[in-house]
Each structure stands twice: as structure tokens, then as C-alpha cells.
Design a protein around this ligand. Sequence first.
Ligand SMILES: C[S@@+](CC[C@H](N)C(=O)[O-])C[C@H]1O[C@@H](n2cnc3c(N)ncnc32)[C@H](O)[C@@H]1O
Length: 205
Amino acid sequence: MVGGKAEDAGLRTDTIRAAIRAKYAEVAVSAAGKFAYPTGRAGAEALGYNPDAVRQAPPELLESFCGVGNPFLLAEIRPGAIVLDFGCGAGFDLFIASRLAGKNGRLFGADLTAEMVRRATENLSAAGVTNYEVTKIESEELPYHSGFFDVVISNGVINLSPDKQACFRELQRVLKPGGMLQFADVVQEDDLPAGTSDSPEAWSQ
Ligand SMILES: C[S@@+](CC[C@H](N)C(=O)[O-])C[C@H]1O[C@@H](n2cnc3c(N)ncnc32)[C@H](O)[C@@H]1O
């Protein structure tokens, strides 16, 4: 059999992920000029991040920041918390989480794009964060035990997932019972023009 439905869906997903990786490999160098909303330091300031934290963050940590909201406004992160940043990008939100979770906390980042994983690792080490681990992932399947995290944060990522049900299933699986999912994202309010949802360019704008 050639070109079955499942194969088509797999091909579509692979094409979308490849387009997203190509875009975010560039953003890992700098987010400047690549989005229709403020990014970098201006983005963090506009989104109401703690001004002291923004001031103290090394410039490299902010250079590729392209979050769409502020997950830290949704609930408190307690000292000692085990935190996952799903789609951690270059590590700015992990840096913020590390200030809240403290030395006894544990910070984990997962991202689809190798260049972002490298950038986050360099940035967090340069910022003096030691209790972190950043992992490149290939799909929505997460490499963590069930019930491991106190908090999952995510910022501008779930809208990029071609399989949102799998995404939410996995995020719920890795959270402890009673754990918090704190995410900021983009939502669709109106119907999309025909052909948009299958366009790799539209997914990676
Ligand atoms: C808009 S950026 C946000 C990055 C970071 N959260 C921030 O606020 O700067 C989206 C990030 O999600 C990653 N990404 C996209 N789809 C993903 C997926 N399905 N799973 C994990 N990461 C993904 C991209 O590689 C990119 O680093």
C-alpha cells in the first residue's frame, strides 16, 4: 500500500517539525526582527517579568527570548520545586524559575530544536545556574517519569505542536497529582484561511 492516511499524517507532522526547527535554529542566534511582537529584553519588560530579574539576566539569556506571555503570573513557584519548561528555548524562563525554586529546586528544559538546547545550556551555565538539565526531544513524548514534576511551565510552544492532544496528555502525565501547569500561548479565535493548517510556512511564521 502506498500513501496511507497514517503515513500522510506522519509526513505532515515531520514536515511541520522540520519547518519549526529551521525557524528556531535562527531564533537561537537572536529573536530580533523575527516576530510580530516584542522579543528579547523589550518583550520580557512588556510581559511584566520581575524587573530585578530582567536587569540581572545576562544579555545572552534575553537575546533569543520570544515568549508570548508570563507563566509566572499564574501561580507561585515554591522553593525546592521540581520544574519543567516545555519548549524552553534559550533558557530565560528556566533562569526565572531557578530564582524562585532556589538551590534545592530542580530545573528541567525540553526543546525540539538542537540549537535552542545548546543555547539554553550555555546561557544557564554562564548565568551560574547549576541545578538544571536541558534535553532535546523528538516529539510530544517526554523522557520523564510519570508524576515527577511539581510545576510545568510553557511559553509560546503548545500552539506549535501538530498533536496538541498528545502534548496535553504528556504534560499531565509528568505532573504530580495536584501539580500545576502554568502556560502562556497563542489561541485561534477565527477560522483559518483554506490551506493554512497544512502550510509549513504558516506553522513556522
Ligand atoms: C516561541 S519559542 C518560545 C521559547 C521560550 N519558551 C521562550 O519563551 O523564549 C518556541 C520554542 O518551542 C520549541 N518547540 C516548538 N515545538 C515544540 C514541541 N512540539 N516540543 C518542544 N518544543 C517545541 C521551539 O524549538 C522553540 O524553542
